[in-house]
Ligand binder design. Structure first.
Ligand code: PBE
Length: 266
């Protein structure tokens, strides 16, 4: 185990992901709320955070990452969330499907499918882990669909087919959302849509739905994570596509002998 003293001696950053992520904003709020002046948030990207985590664990060094569930890292490594007594990161979240206003009238078939889209943490985990192990996201999504066609049928059965109409999904490059967006794209293709996936930053994702540039997204984390991006009335909230499991916070390897965000304060 690494003692609190060793940890505080070695550690100077929280290894973050993209600056626009809700969990990045949560980490900034945590540094302030817990008066932690000895660490700064280093924002990079999801893949870089994962690489740093992997390296630190191989070297048995201290590391704090901005983490979330569902995520493959919990299957790959022994990790724990630090307690958050100030509740800076909120509690259990839901992942919502969000559409541009007017989509329901203009593309009712696609709207019905995205509204039906709902799966579990285990489902998402299967796709995510395969991508982590090196499979291309489209292929991992196809493998999941092939093995779970009855779940997909639950989203598309009874929905009229279309003839090559375009449908645009927008996402941020987070592993969880890469998995869900690729799977939903295949379901929409099964009823005849020509689906585009566009990857942007979090703020622009919400803006592209508000402006109507994009049709929908399955990457909205509510109520806390994306609270400041979510303008009720400016987008159509279709409710949860995954619930019960989503959570964000500060995550560390089990071998670090600390339990709370408070322990990061020197
Ligand atoms: N995440 C994954 C996102 C939402 C999905 C937790 C990194 C965020 O923090 O905004």
């Amino acid at each position: 185990m690494l003692s609190k003293e060793d940890i505080l001696n070695d550690l100077s950053v929280i290894s973050g992901i993209d600056p626009g992520a809700g969990v990045s904003q949560g980490a900034e709020r945590a540094l302030e709320a817990y008066e932690i002046d000895n660490l700064t948030l280093q924002t990079t990207s999801t893949s870089s955070m994962a690489e740093q985590l992997n390296q630190a664990i191989q070297n048995h060094e201290p590391i704090v990452v901005t983490g979330w569930n569902p995520h493959w890292k919990f299957a790959a490594f022994d990790l724990k969330y630090l307690d958050d007594p100030e509740e800076v990161f909120g509690g259990t979240e839901e992942i919502h499907t969000i559409a541009r206003l007017g989509l329901q009238d203009e593309k009712p078939e696609g709207y019905e499918v995205i509204d039906n889209f709902f799966w579990t943490e285990d489902d998402m985990g299967e796709v995510m882990l395969e991508v982590y192990e090196g499979t291309d996201p489209e292929e991992a999504a196809q493998n999941w669909v092939d093995a779970n066609q009855e779940t997909v049928d639950g989203w598309i059965d009874g929905v009229n087919t279309v003839d090559g109409e375009e449908f645009s999904l927008v996402l941020v490059n987070w592993d969880s959302e890469v998995a869900s967006s690729n799977v939903l794209a295949l379901a929409l293709e099964q009823i005849g849509y020509d689906v585009s996936l566009t990857t942007v930053e979090n703020g622009p994702m919400w803006a592209s739905l508000e402006s109507g540039d994009q049709d929908a997204s399955v990457a909205a984390w509510l109520p806390i994570t994306h609270e400041e991006f979510f303008d009720e009335g400016a987008v159509d909230d279709l409710g949860a596509n995954l619930e019960g499991a989503p959570r964000i916070g500060l995550v560390v390897p089990e071998y670090m002998d600390i339990t709370s965000i408070e322990d990061l304060k020197a």
